[in-house]
Design a protein around this ligand. Sequence first.
Ligand code: SAH
Length: 254
Amino acid sequence: MSGRLTVVGLGPGDARYLTPEADTALKDAEVLYGYARYLERIPSRAGQRHHPSDNREERTRAVAALQAAAEGARVAIVSGGDPGVFAMAAAVCEEIAQGPESFRALDVTIVPGVTAMLAVAARAGAPLGHDFCALSLSDNLKPWDLIERRLDAAAGAGFVVALYNPMSQSRPWQFARAMERLARLLPPATPVVVGRAVGREDETVTVTTIDRAAAEHADMATLVIVGSRDTRLVQRPGRTPLVYTPRAVAEVSA
Ligand code: SAH
């Protein structure tokens, strides 16, 4: 069998963010699997089949893609941003780990993409210029209590924190609660960048502070970067301020 599975990162928005490697992988596939809204971004090509699914069906999608590859097809499974960041590459690895022997024999390639955190950071300046970490605020796959402990640990250790999945219709309070939690450990004026639909037509990027951030509109397409004690703003005449975290830390600041 010559089947293979490629897990492809599409980047945060439109085709400008697709890497040449990802573009080639998409063109080469016979069958494509992914969340319907991501598959819509990819032009249909003659002879290719698209299998859209709901965004919560990651597990069934991974199994279906692996089975198609095991039967000999050239399969691509797509993720927004980078497929290894809170996305399909881990779901595929989980299914390979617990699936039949034929899954472990497959040729599997992961093609990286520009993750939302990097796209939002680039809009604001250089908030990730020094040590940072990324957390998902979704408590679908882990308890909220653990999220709070990780927020405390991250802010307490002086990391800039990038927050994925801050809020959705089924998780309406998580974002405000996380801001409250971080505000206990950080000065009220700590810069916060809220980036929505970055790289898409309806993109918005707002710079605020930790004591006001909870009032910002956040949804499933929003990524939030909370600064550390070292993160600062450069005010510029006639331009939006640059948010940056200096590369050097002179003394223990957290
Ligand atoms: N694999 C994706 C992340 C999937 S988790 C990546 O690497 O970017 C989904 C979360 O990613 C969203 O809730 C949001 O926090 C973030 N996200 C994805 N696309 C985004 C965009 N264009 N602008 C801002 N945030 C985005």
